[in-house]
Design a binder for this molecule. Sequence first.
Ligand code: SRM
Ligand code: SF4
Length: 584
Amino acid sequence: MNGTTMQRSASSRTAGPRCSGYSRRLACRVLATIAPPAPSGSAAPSDVSEHSGLKHLSEAARTRALDKKANKFEKVKVEKCGSRAWTDVFELSNLLKEGNTKWEDMNLDDVDIRLKWAGLFHRGKRTPGKFMMRLKVPNGELNARQLRYLATTIAPYGADGCADITTRANIQLRGITLDAADSVIKGLWDVGLTSFQTGMDSVRNLTGNPIAGVDPHELVDTRPILRDMEAMLFNNGKGREEFANLPRKLNICVSSTRDDFPHTHINDVGYEAVRKPDGQVVYNVVVGGFFSIKRNIISIPLGCSITAEQLLPFTEALLRVFRDHGPRGDRQQTRLMYLVEAVGVEKFRALISEYMGGATFGEPVHVHYDQPWERRNILGVHPQKQAGFSWVGACVPAGRMHAADFDEIAAVAEKYGDGTVRITCEENVIFPNIPDAKVQAMLAEPLFQRFKVFPGALLAGMVSCTGNQFCGFGLAETKARAVKVVEALDEQLELTRPVRIHFTGCPNSCGQAQVGDIGLMGAPAKLDGKAVEGYKIFLGGKIGENPELATEFATGIPAVESVLVPKLKEILIAEFGAKERVKA
Ligand code: SRM
Ligand code: SF4
């Protein structure tokens, strides 16, 4: 791949934000309240209660948080900072264990909203009293000890206890009850994991190259960068109060190859490693990509590159800028892009520089490649940059895991590799550092009957969000149906190229429907005149160097296999060159 990664081409991302009437109105509101930047650290006003979410906000941000147009979550945070959940969760667990109270009697804002800062998501609509616990797994790297611990957290919950690999290469545990939460959290800390600051207005799991360190084509190993960033942003997993009241969630990733495995284009902040002509690796910065019910947009260049040494202070400063200047009104207009659009790319960059004490940044680095680069399929067996070793990528259908899977993955990683694995944004698992001589024996392990190393072409590229099995927003079931439908299609069709199908249960698009070659998004539908679960179908998502979002192709498709399979078959044949399999 000519040794370098490439800055997004000018054609794929516009150089500056498009200014709509809305953006101009928002700009007026935001600019009117922009105060001079805080010198460094927190701008904590002294007259604010210890427990209020206002504590670390600048005067300007306090004004926005207290404004009558502030969204309801700002009010919840002003009343009591989400960071309080880090201590409250231990208190709540104890109260429940002692039998002095029931979760139903507790403060609902605590149970349903603030506990998300501790990584506990009440699944009140589907499984009342049970929580999903979201972790942080920087760069998706886990070791055998951590995997075995994760198995113990869900094992007690029987059928209700399972886990998912997420679209941010992360783990979510299911079935956790509040009385057990304190011991699970302590156990996570013991093995070097955390659930703190994984939900609500916090930075989400940091994603990088899933084959970092073993990839012959990487410019840098993203793992140490993301570990350091994680330690800095979240205080080594114990939570960083100063960043507990951002205006909204923030997705950050570091990409080190032309594949753009972590999808910089749909992250709020993307760092793209690129080699300068003098050989130095720096990072082009892109900002503002996000999906939501109201708007989906690819990130735009920030017009600068930063050095490896600047990555952490830059990220820290960007967070403070977002915290102090970001919009806190209509919740649908609070993602980072809205701040960038309101102040403009130049001003936004200047603010970060000011918060870094006047740091200067490099010009963006543009690299010309003669040849296009096909995003690699990392499932299967692949030679590493270390001679004599391979990585083995296995497909975890829809990312769904059970306690026994964690144990078995740990055992296989120890027996054949170095005891570590990577999980990916496509919800799969990678075993690195397998000596070539052991690969054949490894492939015969029973684990790979379930998690196939050479899955069907469609199953290999299938991604699914949680869907309405557990998620209250879900308009359709996703995971189980996705596996069934895609397996049926793999059986009936032969493909000449990989086709990625993304299922997502609602327009929040956690399953990234607009990223797929084909995307299915939960939506209302009718079958024989009756309202049924259904999907919209999106087509044309492109990932890698020149990303594009898929656009809506069809709507109101009933979510039943007898309709979905033929409909998708028709699309795969017409648009993707698939052929009916000849039956033997
Ligand atoms: Fe998401 C909210 C699940 C990745 C956009 N997302 C939710 C909640 C927390 C809603 C809820 O409380 O039920 C879902 C929890 C369901 C559950 O029980 O699992 C949920 N999101 C997920 C996961 C688990 C989907 C999956 O099956 O993998 C992913 C967890 C990632 C992680 O480890 O942190 C997940 N969510 C995403 C992504 C994909 C990504 O990051 O690449 C997106 C689109 C990208 C983005 O954020 O811009 C995404 N989730 C949302 C949104 C829309 C955000 C917005 O600005 O409006 C919501 C709703 C919200 O935040 O209010 C949401
Ligand atoms: Fe839930 Fe919708 Fe996200 Fe799927 S896309 S996990 S249904 S919020």
